[in-house]
Design a binder for this molecule. Structure first.
Ligand code: EPU
Length: 331
């Protein structure tokens, strides 16, 4: 059995039958056909059990910048760290990804969740995604439309039954530095360089979020729920300070962190699991937590939020049991 504590940012002591580092397409062609699970840095996953199969770790590197008229095409290997890529781009004065600075995880994982922070999502700058289909044993490339990006969602997440290993993504970044400053904490600021914007984003994250290198966590544990405009109005009457984010389809996104905080679940501790003092949406491993302690705390939070607001929170993290991905409701 292989220890997975370095392959899940919660730092849980779970194991897998086997673990293979994938460095190239050739490695993928040789990968076993049976029970496999694809992993990047494990920064958005919760293992509830030892995994009875083989973990394929995306370690495909490679980075290439192609200069075009008015923009760059960046090709990046799926196993690179997203933040390392952003650091490299900023050092070359290539802008467009700074708002995603310091998000833990790999380039290959980014399009699956359509990772987003501080007013942007990766899907907005993706030109295409290349993946190896472990069942059909062939490479395929999807353009942005085919990726079906949504809020923390994509074709790759919707079709989890297909075992698609993301080998490379291509980003399209404009040459002009146009900082995205819609998010509070960035608005009103003047940034001369992508480096300055990146530094400010890193400072904002540090204030609110625990560093997974020192405190086990998987970022936001739940997604921000979307409700009808009527439900949002009803909540606003009762809680005038509730943050509301109206969406283009008429629904309203709520801040799960605010709901959890209001329900009295910020900085609480259950066993060896807890919620972060500066961001209630983050469940942390306070040291030596077992998977069931994380799950029990998450279920408790769901109940408290349900009782107070009649809103069902759903996890953002992906949950893996002994035989693969499992649904939250089955736990
Ligand atoms: N809030 C509270 N108490 C809390 C937490 C938040 O009152 O304990 C309030 C904040 O004051 C703010 C609102 O809730 O008014 C929203 O909080 P915040 O701005 O921190 O952002 P978020 O909606 O909780 C999302 C993403 C984060 C991303 C930030 C910044 C999701 C589920 N989370 O959090 O992404 O970094 O915005 O853009 O969409 C992640 O996905 O892992 C992640 C960290």
């Amino acid at each position: 059995m292989q220890d997975l504590s370095a392959y899940n940012s919660f730092g849980l002591h779970v194991r897998a039958e086997d673990l293979i580092m994938i460095h190239s397409i050739e490695d993928l062609q040789k990968a076993p056909a049976g029970q496999v699970l694809i992993l990047g840095k494990g920064s958005d996953v919760l293992f509830t059990d030892d995994y009875h199969g083989t973990i394929l770790v995306n370690d495909i590197h490679g980075f290439q910048v192609e200069e075009k008229d008015g923009y760059y095409l960046i090709k990046a290997g799926g196993g690179l760290l997203l933040d390392g890529l952003i650091e490299d781009l900023v050092a070359r004065n290539i802008s467009g990804l700074e708002n995603l600075s310091a998000i833990p995880g790999t380039v290959g994982a980014a399009p699956i969740q359509n990772v987003g922070a501080y007013g942007m999502e990766i899907g907005q700058v993706i030109e295409n995604v290349t993946f190896y289909d472990l069942d059909r044993r062939c490479l395929e490339t999807f353009g942005r439309e085919q990726c079906e990006f949504g809020y923390r969602n994509s074709y790759f997440k919707k079709h989890r039954e297909r075992r698609l290993f993301i080998t490379e993504i291509t980003l399209r970044l404009t040459k002009e530095f146009k900082p995205k400053l819609s998010y509070h904490g960035l608005e009103g600021h003047v940034f001369e360089t992508p480096y300055q914007l990146r530094e400010q984003v890193i400072a904002l994250r540090r204030k609110k979020l625990p560093d997974p290198k020192t405190v086990g966590n998987a970022g936001s544990f739940f997604k921000n729920p979307q409700v009808s405009a009527e439900k949002a109005e009803e909540l606003k009457r009762i809680y005038p300070d509730i943050p509301l984010y109206p969406q283009s389809d008429g629904t309203v996104k709520l801040a799960a962190g605010w709901l959890i905080d209001k329900a009295g679940c910020r900085n609480i501790t259950h066993g060896r699991a807890g919620t972060w003092e500066n961001q209630a949406l983050v469940i942390v491993n306070r040291g030596g937590a077992c998977p069931h302690e994380i799950v029990a705390l998450a279920k408790y939070i769901v109940c408290e939020v349900m009782n107070l607001f009649s809103i069902v929170l759903e996890p953002e993290v992906r949950i893996y049991g002994a035989y693969g991905e499992v649904s939250w409701s089955s736990l």
